[in-house]
Write a protein that binds this ligand. Structure first.
Ligand SMILES: NC(=O)c1ccc[n+]([C@@H]2O[C@H](COP(=O)([O-])OP(=O)(O)OC[C@H]3O[C@@H](n4cnc5c(N)ncnc54)[C@H](OP(=O)(O)O)[C@@H]3O)[C@@H](O)[C@H]2O)c1
Length: 322
């Protein structure tokens, strides 16, 4: 059945046993893969975004976070919310205005949903929010960060702390809450990997700065499975790191990528000062990087399909999946 945008939207697809998942920022890199995955698994999916997407096969609702507006019906019959919305942290320089946008798009959006949920009848079972490994700060040491570590006091650490605090407020309504501290997501198209492949193909895929900074990563399929697990397992609460178990520094990452692409690198490492000039403060996210543990999610019974970088890259680059 094809559903476009005549009302009612996802309610049309709501059968007795099918659970409905509303994904905020569902049009983004993670959301578009996750929507497909959840539909394949038999969930009813709807998305919530800033603009109506008339061409989309997935029912979608709109909101205006600044104006505190959320389209009628968006939260009706929703069993799970996956909160992915947020201004992209790597898209433009971190001016004061952009930093505010990065924070507000994540936190005010959560608060808007929270208010609407408290004002209306709902049967929301869990609120699952993205978070990021930026929670721990970017520090080039061998310490392996775990979920019980304190948040860093830098901009991203503070953003993640507030982001998770906004998500955790749903617990006060008796709604289960999970936050997914995500590493660099590797996908078949777009995202960080696409940006890294192009220079390697022309022999410029050198490491960045010292190359010693860790680069916690995760294959998109594994990340989607973690979100699915967070939906399906009622005992899952709190923060989980979503990073592959194999720890790679930036240099090791570049070397593995070069090998998988069967290329040679002709250029020495890209100097830190150059990146600082080009990207300003934002360069921190590529020049520094912490080592992050995946033990908690593994102890929860999660099995990574792509635990090592070589097999993840080979799959993403050669499998022709989109
Ligand atoms: N990709 C990664 O490597 C990675 C790593 C760690 C954490 N994360 C986090 O995981 C979440 C999903 O990541 P992603 O890669 O899918 O992000 P993305 O591709 O940048 O998509 C995020 C979505 O958020 C919405 N959005 C953007 N700017 C917004 C704003 N100013 N106000 C409200 N909504 C806005 C957009 O949806 P609409 O246009 O439909 O509104 C956008 O498609 C993000 O919160 C991100 O920070 C991602």
């Amino acid at each position: 059945m094809q559903v476009h945008h005549k009302r009612p939207k996802h309610q049309l697809l709501k059968y007795n046993k099918m659970k409905t998942v509303l994904i905020t920022g569902g049009s983004g890199l993670v959301g578009s893969y996750l929507s497909k995955k959840l539909i394949e698994k038999g969930y009813v999916v709807a998305t919530l975004g800033r603009e109506s997407k008339k061409q989309s096969d997935i029912p979608n609702y709109t909101w205006n976070i600044e104006k505190n507006e959320l389209e009628d019906g968006a939260l009706e019959n929703v069993d799970f919310i996956i909160h992915l919305a947020g201004a992209n942290i790597g898209e433009s320089r971190w001016t004061t205005k952009r930093k505010k946008e990065i924070v507000d798009s994540r936190i005010k959006s959560s608060q808007l949903i929270f208010r609407k949920i408290t004002e209306n009848k709902h049967h929301l079972k869990a609120f699952i929010s993205a978070s990021a490994i930026g929670y721990y700060g970017a520090v080039n040491t061998d310490k392996i960060f775990v979920e019980t570590d304190q948040p860093s006091q830098d901009f991203l650490g503070e953003t993640c702390r507030l982001w998770e605090e906004a998500a955790n407020s749903f617990e006060s309504l008796g709604i289960r809450t999970v936050t997914i501290r995500t590493g660099v997501v590797l996908t078949y198209q777009g995202g960080a990997l696409a940006k890294m492949i192009t220079p390697v193909k022309v022999g410029l895929g050198a490491s960045i700065g010292s190359g010693k900074q860790y680069m916690p990563w995760i294959h998109i399929d594994d990340l989607c499975e973690i979100y699915l697990k967070a939906i399906e397992e009622n005992n899952m609460h709190g923060a989980f790191n979503a990073v592959a178990p194999e720890h790679k520094t930036n240099r090791e990452f570049s070397e593995t990528l070069t090998k998988v692409l069967k290329k040679k690198v002709w250029f020495p490492s890209i100097p830190a000062f150059l990146l600082k000039i080009i990207f300003g403060k934002m360069s921190e996210i590529i020049l520094n990087g912490s080592r992050i543990s995946s033990n908690k999610i593994i102890k929860e019974g999660f099995q990574f399909k792509f635990p090592d970088l070589s097999s993840a890259l080979a799959d993403l680059i050669y499998s022709n999946r989109k």
